[in-house]
Design a protein around this ligand. Structure first.
Ligand SMILES: [Zn+2]
Length: 98
């Protein structure tokens, strides 16, 4: 579980912090790294397991049934307040973070 960026208490990132009223849903999303499948699944489940909300942004390539190489790149985004934690976790897991 993550700590609230405002009051430092553990909190559920899908809800408003019950202690200080910080609303994680108002945070903007930041792309922290770009990976290739199947690492997107690994990174997503890793961050989720730490209680960090994560969005994956895939490039849509309508003409190609199977995206290959750089075209299959997946951007990993987390809320702004979780960027530092997310990068630290990925660094520990030895995923390259820009
Ligand atoms: Zn709080």
């Amino acid at each position: 579980m993550m700590n609230c960026p405002s009051c430092e208490q553990p909190f559920d990132t899908s809800k408003t912090c019950p202690i200080c009223g910080f609303d994680p849903r108002k945070s903007s999303w930041v792309v922290i790294t770009k990976v290739y499948p199947p690492n997107d699944m690994i990174v997503e489940s890793l961050l989720t397991s730490f209680g960090i909300p994560v969005k994956t942004i895939r490039k849509e390539i309508s003409q190609m049934p199977v995206a290959i190489g750089p075209l299959a790149e997946v951007a990993i985004a987390v809320p702004e307040f979780a960027v530092k934690e997310a990068k630290a976790f990925l660094d520990e897991a030895e995923f390259i973070v820009e």
